[in-house]
Design a protein around this ligand. Structure first.
Ligand SMILES: Cc1cc2nc3c(=O)[nH]c(=O)nc-3n(C[C@H](O)[C@H](O)[C@H](O)COP(=O)(O)OP(=O)(O)OC[C@H]3O[C@@H](n4cnc5c(N)ncnc54)[C@H](O)[C@@H]3O)c2cc1C
Length: 448
């Protein structure tokens, strides 16, 4: 049996908090011993927001030290690495060589294994799709001790079920990842302030063909004529030719490690509707940046500038509520959802709005429509409010992102994800004894 340590664990939202026995995945590990630790779930860098990489009274395999590069093809840009490798490590080594991850979420501190398990998306989902589009194949340790390679051709059911599969089909060990050629590490961006929801949706339409990347910050407390107001940032990768002279001497410049950190939890009363509406104005001002060329660090990962920023929500923690709804009647539904939020008495913060393209996979979150992600600090009324939001999202034909979810119940989840039965068949085939399970799998009935 591998040595294990009892540890308190939570996701990025610091809610809920649990306990598990942790084992560390390393190069020299005996995988048959890892499988003796049951039930087991993998954990990358813990950037899922809630109980995705938690396993109360079971085992959690920490993968962040399982992060070697195995092979690199500089002609095709295909990298093979261990699954605990982070996007930060990939960028640090390969951006100076002119290669970048194809899909980037809002933080670079995620592992490749975690990116697969949540099939993460970025600001260009409507163009690039989700993380699956950058993965050629992976190897995975199954419940019966076999190590198999899964791809679109080999074990295709296993391949597809892992994207959004929350680590419940095995331990992903190594991944063949397609990187994208870049000429510079800069982006040309344009910020457009918008007055209301109509203006928001029209502006997204207007610049769609011109820019690959788009993301909006929305003021979720604005009501009446200002409902849906905010700022949209559009962007494209900057070519070497267009780069301003001041950046040309180092066009593939890397980020420098951030020195800022929030050393302790802020008091929970610091965020209330008044402070949030003031902060919303500050965000609108900062978002409406006049700078045309920005470095990838600011463009993709502005929140990485402060380590442990999640402590700003206080010890009680927060949830991130992210949903996607179809475009059809989307404006009407969005307006109703925003009204519910503004009058809920809860405190919506950092509200990010994006457009999504077509989805693929069984439990993968994205589909064609509009997605809104909102941070809600844990307050007394929140747990009574989210089931109402869930019902509204369901009524609009939408679903909640499982990589962020902390509160969904099994029945509502299964109505939101119509392909769940197809996924459960794959689970029964590869892990009939539920050797791999987690808090979220028990909460949502993702069990064989
Ligand atoms: C600031 C911030 C911004 C974000 N922005 C976005 C965004 O724009 N788009 C988006 O899609 N997501 C976003 N996320 C969410 C984040 O990208 C995902 O939650 C990601 O999966 C986290 O990766 P991780 O390595 O931290 O995994 P963890 O959170 O540790 O684990 C996530 C899941 O992956 C599984 N897992 C991890 N490693 C393995 C492995 N080797 N084998 C099998 N299963 C494994 C775990 O069991 C768990 O189910 C954001 C998160 C933060 C904190």
């Amino acid at each position: 049996m591998l040595p294990s340590t009892n540890a308190k664990l939570s996701g990025w939202g610091n809610y809920p908090v649990g306990e598990a026995n942790t084992i560390s995945l390393r190069r020299d590990i005996d995988f048959s011993e890892a499988l003796e630790c049951s039930p087991l779930i993998a954990r990358g860098l813990g950037r899922s927001y809630a109980d995705q990489a938690m396993n109360d009274h079971g085992y959690v395999a920490l993968t962040e030290n399982y992060h070697l590069f195995i092979a690199w093809n500089q002609l095709s840009g295909v990298l093979e690495c261990q699954a605990g490798t982070s996007l930060e490590e990939v960028i640090r080594i390969f951006a100076p060589k002119g290669w970048f991850p194809m899909i980037c979420p809002g933080t670079k501190y995620v592992t490749i294994g975690g990116a697969i398990a949540n099939d993460i998306h970025g600001k260009a989902h409507h163009i690039d799709g989700s993380f699956v589009n950058s993965v050629l194949s992976f190897t995975i340790l199954l419940a019966d001790g076999r190590k198999v390679r899964a791809s679109r051709e080999q074990h295709a059911d296993l391949f597809w079920a892992n994207f959004g599969g929350l680590g419940l089909l095995g331990l992903i060990l190594t991944v063949e990842l397609q990187l994208r050629r870049i000429e510079t590490t800069y982006f040309r961006q344009k910020s457009v302030p918008v007055q209301d929801l109509d203006h928001m949706l029209e502006t997204l339409d207007k610049y769609d063909a011109e820019y690959n990347y788009s993301v909006a910050w929305i003021d979720a407390l604005a009501t009446g004529k200002r409902q849906g107001s905010g700022v949209i940032s559009f962007g494209n990768a900057a070519s070497l030719r267009e780069l301003p002279d001041r950046f040309k001497n180092e066009p593939l410049k890397l980020h420098s490690p951030s020195k800022l950190s929030l050393p302790f939890f802020l008091p929970s009363f610091a965020l209330n509707q008044l402070t949030v509406s003031i902060l919303n104005r500050v965000i609108a001002f900062v978002q409406n940046s006049p700078k045309t060329y920005v470095h990838y660090e600011k463009f993709f990962f502005p929140l990485d500038a402060i380590h442990h920023w999640n402590r700003g929500y206080g010890k009680r923690g927060f949830i991130q509520y992210q949903f996607v709804i179809p475009e059809e009647n989307g404006k009407q539904h969005l307006s109703e959802i925003l009204s519910m939020i503004a009058s809920s008495g809860c405190t919506p913060f950092l509200n990010v709005f994006k457009r999504m393209g077509n989805g693929q996979g069984m439990l993968s979150f994205p589909f064609k429509g509009y997605t809104l992600a909102i941070d809600f600090p844990i307050t007394p009324g929140l747990m009574a409010f989210t089931p109402k939001l869930d019902q509204k999202v369901l009524e609009a034909g939408g679903r909640i992102y499982l990589g962020k979810d902390a509160v969904l119940d099994e029945k509502t989840f299964k109505e939101m994800y119509p392909q769940v039965n197809e996924w459960l068949l794959v689970k029964r085939k590869y892990d009939p004894q539920n050797r791999f399970s987690s808090n979220i799998s028990r909460r949502l009935g993702l069990q064989a």
